[in-house]
Every structure is written in structure tokens, then in C-alpha cells.
Design a protein around this ligand. Structure first.
Ligand code: CA
Length: 326
């Protein structure tokens, strides 16, 4: 009974506060863009993306997973591009987003490219640069009447894991034919298995760690590939993880890997998707907390399908997992 008395009073205070102090309410911009890769720090003004220059080709490509928001009162037509010294950005058409809706996760695949930075320009094996993503909202489907522009900066933190400033504390390249404690299981299941060794797809010859996954049913399921790691005390620590996913096909049907996430413990450090690029090595670089021991985990969420009762698996490969500290 006493509780019931207090509820209207609290409501009244909330309404009064909103009426008297509208400035304290968080105001949303008419349109905005967030990086899905950094969902854990969405409200940070400049989210960080990490890249490792070691063993990169002469040109490197960037893919971003974003969500675009339309907080306006009419449907708008969205485009996104970017700008930064040394970078070349594509302009991607995101299509219409209705009022008060968002685009959902969108993968800007190979959205930006940049010549490989020269490691001699790095200080202590690190280098930082700022990129700007520009979201544009138009009133018409031909994108001629621009209504809003929203800019969002992000930092790209480059490391050179081969730099003598860094100490390599883990190097799982699987080249001795051992899986080095990497395990796998279906998300939510207690049935744990070990990964296997493969020579089919490798980043460093002759072997990678591998797991073929098939849940037994058509539908969307997630599988986790993980290992407990110890990060020694240091000023900074990074993990570099290379992943290749490939869904199998038959009779025109295809099992489609959709998202890849990286977690350290319960913290999500990276997310790419939907419809992640298949059959190519994707490199994730994430910061770890020095002086901690926890589970380093890669999660792959896949749309599984079958044909004539034949389950089409997803093949998941892992190679050259590094942890470096300085
Ligand atoms: Ca290898």
C-alpha cells in the first residue's frame, strides 16, 4: 500500500523536471551514425579502431559495421562516405530509413582503403590517426535535396606487432600441428569440443585451427571458438586474431556466415556484419587489459541451411593469434 502512494509522486517529479529543465533531457540529433564494432562504447565521441601493420599488403582495406538513425519526422534517404588524409572512401547508398527508425546493422565492406603505413613513422610501434565518417540524409530518393549532414570522428590506432617495442606473449600459429588449447562449442551449450588442425586454408603454412559447424537444423545459430589467455602486467596489450569463414553450398542453397564478434571475458571488443565477407582472412586487432586472465573468444553467427536433408556446414578457420604487450 505504501508503495502505491509513492509511484504517482515519483511520476509527478519526473514530469516536473522535464517541464522545468528541458535542457537536462538528452537531445538526439536529427540523424546519427554509430559504429557497431564498438557497441560497448557507443557514447564515446571518438571510438577507436585497431589495426596491425605487420605483414599487410601494400594497400589495406577497411570495413565498418554501422547503424544509421533517422530521428526526423519524415522518411529520409541516406548515404555515407568519409574523409581522412591518405584514405580513399567509397560513397555507399544506405537507402530509405523511415522516421524514428534506424537502418539496423549495415556492413560497409571495403569502405575505405589506405596505402600501408610505413612502420618507420611509428613511435614505439604505434601510430594514431583520425578519420571522419559523413552521414548524409536527403528528402528525395534521387538524393538531390540534402536535409541533414552528420559527421563522426573515429581514431584508427595502428600497431606494429613486429616492432621490438612489443613483447610477444602468445603466438598460436598451429604450425606444429597442435591446437594449443583452442576449444569450441555452440553458444549456450555446455558441450565443449576442441578445434582441429587443417591444411586447407592457412595464413601461415602448413596449418591452421579449424572447426566445421552444423547445428543439425536449418536456422540461425552461433558457435564460439575460445581459449583462456593470460596477459602479463604491462602498459598496453593487444590481441591480433585472423579468422576465415566459409559456408558450404549445394543445389543453389548456401549456409551464410553473418556476424563475427570478438570478446575478452564478457566485454565485446569487435563486431563485423551482417553478411561478413567469406573465404578471405579477416584480421581483428583488439586491446586487452594487462595483468588479467580471461577467455578470448571469437563468435560466429551463421544462417544454416540444408538441401535434400543434407546439412550445409560452415567452415571456420583461425590462424596466427598473437598477444603482444609493451
Ligand atoms: Ca598457421
Amino acid at each position: 500500500m505504501r508503495k502505491a502512494k509513492y509511484v504517482p509522486l515519483l511520476l509527478l517529479i519526473s514530469v516536473a523536471a522535464a517541464t522545468l529543465f528541458p535542457a537536462i533531457l538528452k537531445t538526439e540529433p536529427p540523424i546519427k551514425l554509430v559504429f557497431a564494432e564498438t557497441l560497448s562504447n557507443l557514447d564515446e565521441p571518438t571510438p577507436y579502431f585497431y589495426r596491425d601493420v605487420a605483414h599487410l599488403q601494400s594497400e589495406t582495406y577497411f570495413s565498418f559495421s554501422i547503424i544509421a538513425y533517422n530521428n526526423d519526422v519524415e522518411t529520409l534517404y541516406f548515404k555515407v562516405t568519409g574523409e581522412a588524409p591518405q584514405y580513399t572512401f567509397a560513397t555507399v547508398d544506405l537507402g530509405p530509413i523511415a522516421q524514428s527508425k534506424n537502418s539496423g546493422y549495415r556492413l560497409l565492406s571495403n569502405f575505405a582503403r589506405r596505402p600501408r603505413p610505413n612502420p618507420s613513422e611509428f613511435v614505439g610501434g604505434e601510430m594514431e590517426e583520425t578519420i571522419k565518417l559523413i552521414l548524409m540524409a536527403y528528402r528525395d530518393s534521387n538524393c538531390t535535396v540534402l536535409k541533414w549532414t552528420y559527421e563522426r570522428n573515429a581514431k584508427v590506432k595502428w600497431i606494429n606487432s613486429s616492432d621490438p617495442s612489443f613483447t610477444v606473449v602468445l603466438n598460436d600459429n598451429f604450425n606444429d600441428g597442435q591446437v594449443n588449447g583452442w576449444k569450441s562449442k555452440q553458444k549456450g551449450s555446455s558441450q565443449e569440443g576442441t578445434m582441429q588442425i587443417s591444411s586447407e586454408k592457412v595464413l601461415s603454412v602448413p596449418y591452421s585451427a579449424y572447426k566445421s559447424t552444423w547445428p543439425g537444423y536449418d536456422g540461425t545459430y552461433s558457435y564460439e571458438f575460445y581459449k583462456q589467455v593470460s596477459v602479463p602486467s604491462a602498459n598496453k596489450a593487444y590481441a591480433v586474431i585472423n579468422v576465415l569463414v566459409e559456408g558450404r553450398s549445394r543445389d543453389g542453397r548456401h549456409t551464410n556466415p553473418d556476424y563475427i564478434y570478438v570478446h575478452y571475458g564478457s566485454t565485446q571488443l569487435a563486431c563485423v556484419g551482417p553478411d561478413v565477407t567469406e573465404s578471405t582472412w579477416l584480421r581483428f586487432v583488439v586491446p586487452l587489459t594487462p595483468g588479467t586472465t580471461d577467455i578470448l573468444k571469437i563468435t560466429v553467427t551463421t544462417h544454416y541451411t540444408s538441401s535434400s536433408g543434407f546439412g550445409l556446414a560452415c567452415d571456420n578457420y583461425l590462424d596466427d593469434v598473437l598477444i603482444v604487450v609493451k
